[in-house]
Write a protein that binds this ligand. Structure first.
Ligand code: ADP
Ligand code: ZN
Length: 622
């Protein structure tokens, strides 16, 4: 595949329209102070009535690209979206900014639907979300022919391609859009499209001289961290403790481990809930709802969880088991930090997890599918085992060149890990494996080198081996890690079966003879604890932030919407840093537009005023 430096690839950029007008709307309606990469170009193109295809990562701010023109243009912008579950959220969040928005789908009663149609016909909607199957119905087309349509948007446009992973036959009928609406611009958006899928979208939608944007897949606000998995329970507890009150997802492979982990966390007092396809639909829905509404902090889930979740303030995603592929990892971690705020992606990884995954892959009957799954597994293992910048490797996978040496936002680049020469120690292990005739597993080999006095050692007389106890000055964890490294470097391998034994591979010979070195990546404990606190979020008053959060929750409940729709985490953090005292101060806060100021400004300003009075020491700024 051809690699590109995809900072921003733009074909035929549009001529600039009135900048002031756009910036003004951005500020007044959305409360934002600057456009994100590509947003302005896309908006200008749409306003020039030209078609657009934009491939932008999750959190890139795609909605604003059509919501802003929808506000500026007369008529209704029709948004075709496959995810019914998301429509309500999208509409609620547009309405929170004062945009006249509605959706039509099967979740509405006949009466509610006819109210929406009335609004549509009386030209009272800026935005209308519909599912693809409805869009193509004759009666709906008939209605649309009586309405002034400003533009058509196709969300999740990759669904139209059979090469994509979410192909939706319904989407194929959208190919008539351009003929139905010859004078209306069509804007297609997706977060995932290979070049092949991109071409397919262009052709199937028959876009006319489209402006094409492929934004970088780099999620700059995500911190990638892969840790050696040794004691999952203790590690999860410690991560959650350092993220208290923050929303996060813990991914596990099996339903059983989801249930166990959720129960374990609940027993320790965390607000955690399980989610997997085996739960009753009602419970699944309730758990998801509790998470979205900030009533549960943590969702422990299989990969069944995530599609159709728009929650923008997810602060961490933990993979407690190995993800299926790099693509899965990117998608799943991608759910963190949609609001652009710093968020953590932590994977717990040990080579000893691999046989389990292998076992599942081996049960796949279809050979092509099995080979594909194996290939994907190999890639994610090598991603987790390398000492190259995580971000660089991820982007490389998507055919993108990361232009910097260090990203400063992954475990590798922060130097949390260091490479040390471990040849002598490796020789000890290899020799223990050889002297026990390659018949024992990792635990026993570690027991030998650390001089364990257990029964099995004595039964086999392994306490009389030359290597017995040679490594007792180091902990078992060190030796487990080194075995992992030897496995990763294909110096040793594990036999198949229930009790896999370690055996030597060809590369072990030069190591034993002292002709080849073994380097090991070592995690530096102290630095880890200190440095993995993600990129600086600036200083803000944490106590005030918590009070603002509580107020946000209260207002959200009153209106029956998720808290992040009232205000984003970023807005609350800005308030807790700037301590606004007046309406103009409040408008300077990111995400506070005129509608939100009018709706919530007073209550938040009151709370902040009371807080200042009770904590005069905070008045030193702004
Ligand atoms: P996508 O659909 O591309 O995943 P969204 O449209 O949901 O992304 O936007 C992600 C988040 O970024 C939302 O919370 C949105 O309000 C915010 N956002 C969008 N544009 C901007 C901007 N120009 N400045 C600040 N925040 C923005
Ligand atoms: Zn990096």
């Amino acid at each position: 595949m051809q690699k590109t430096n995809r900072e921003e690839i733009i074909t035929n950029p549009p001529s600039p329209l009135s900048d002031t007008k756009l910036c003004d709307t951005l500020h007044k309606v959305f409360g934002f102070h600057e456009f994100r990469a590509n947003q302005k170009h896309i908006i200008q193109t749409i306003l020039e009535k030209r078609d657009v295809l934009a491939v932008m990562p999750t959190g890139g701010g795609k909605s604003l690209c059509y919501q802003l023109p929808a506000v500026l243009q007369s008529g209704t912008c029709i948004v075709i979206s496959p995810l019914i579950s998301l429509m309500k959220d999208q509409v609620d969040s547009a309405k929170a900014n004062g945009i006249r928005a509605a959706y039509l789908n099967s979740s509405l009663s006949a009466e509610e639907q006819s109210l929406v149609l009335d609004d549509l016909l009386s030209n009272s909607l800026d935005l209308l979300y519909v599912a693809p199957e409805r869009f193509t119905l004759n009666y709906f087309q008939e209605i649309l022919s009586q309405v002034n349509i400003s533009m058509a948007v196709i969300d999740e446009a990759h669904c139209i391609s059979e090469w994509g992973h979410d192909f939706r036959p319904d989407y194929l009928s959208l190919s008539t859009l351009a003929t139905h609406f010859p004078a209306v611009p069509i804007a297609a958006f997706t977060a995932t499209a290979t070049h092949k899928v991109q071409q397919d979208i262009l052709e199937r939608l028959a876009l006319r001289n489209p402006f094409i944007v492929r934004a970088s897949f780099d999620r700059t606000n995500l911190f990638y961290d892969i840790r050696f998995k040794e004691n999952t329970t203790a590690q999860l507890v410690s991560i959650l403790k350092s993220n208290s009150n923050k929303a996060g997802i813990i991914y596990r492979t099996s339903r059983k481990s989801v249930n166990e982990t959720a129960a374990m966390l609940q027993a320790k007092g965390f607000r955690a809930l399980p989610y997997h396809a085996g739960l009753e639909e009602d419970e699944r829905r309730k758990n998801q709802e509790a998470f979205i509404r900030d009533e549960a902090d943590v969702i422990v889930a299989t990969i069944a969880f995530g599609m159709g979740i728009d929650k923008s303030n997810i602060r961490f995603v933990i993979h407690a088991d190995l993800p299926k592929s790099i693509e899965n990892y990117y998608q799943e971690t991608g759910r963190a930090g949609r609001d652009g705020e710093p968020s953590q992606c932590i994977m717990l990884f040990s080579q000893s997890d691999i046989p389990k995954v292998r076992f599942f892959i081996d049960t796949i009957v279809d050979e092509t599918e099995r080979t594909r799954a194996l290939g994907a597994l190999q890639k994610i293992i090598s991603f987790a085992s390398t000492t190259v910048c995580r971000r660089k490797t991820l982007l490389d996978y998507f055919g993108e060149i990361y232009p910097h040496d260090s990203c400063n936002s992954c475990d590798i680049c922060l130097g949390i890990r260091e490479v040390v020469d471990s040849t002598v120690e490796a020789q000890m292990l290899l020799s223990a494996i050889a002297r026990t005739e390659e018949r024992f597993g990792a635990t026993h080999i570690v027991d030998i080198v650390t001089g364990s006095k257990n029964q099995k050692i004595r039964d086999f007389g392994h306490n009389r081996l030359k290597t017995y106890g040679v490594g007792k000055d180091r902990g078992k964890k060190f030796w487990r890690q080194l075995i992992d490294e030897l496995l990763a470097q294909k110096i040793v391998a594990k036999s198949e079966g229930l009790y896999p034994a370690l055996y030597l591979l060809e590369k072990a010979v030069p190591v034993l003879k002292g002709e080849a070195q073994v380097e090991m990546v070592r995690v530096q404990e102290k630095k880890t604890a200190k440095k993995t606190t993600i990129k600086d979020t600036g200083t803000y008053d944490h106590d005030l932030f918590e009070l603002l959060r509580a107020l946000r929750k209260q207002l959200a409940d009153e209106q029956d919407i998720p808290p992040y729709i009232v205000f984003s985490d970023r807005s609350l953090r800005d308030m807790a840093a700037q301590l606004p005292q007046s309406a103009p101060d409040m408008l300077a806060v990111s995400g506070v537009g005129e509608m939100k100021l009018q709706r919530y400004g007073k209550q938040f300003l009151n709370l902040i005023r009371r807080y200042r009075e009770e904590h005069p020491e905070t008045v030193k700024q702004p």
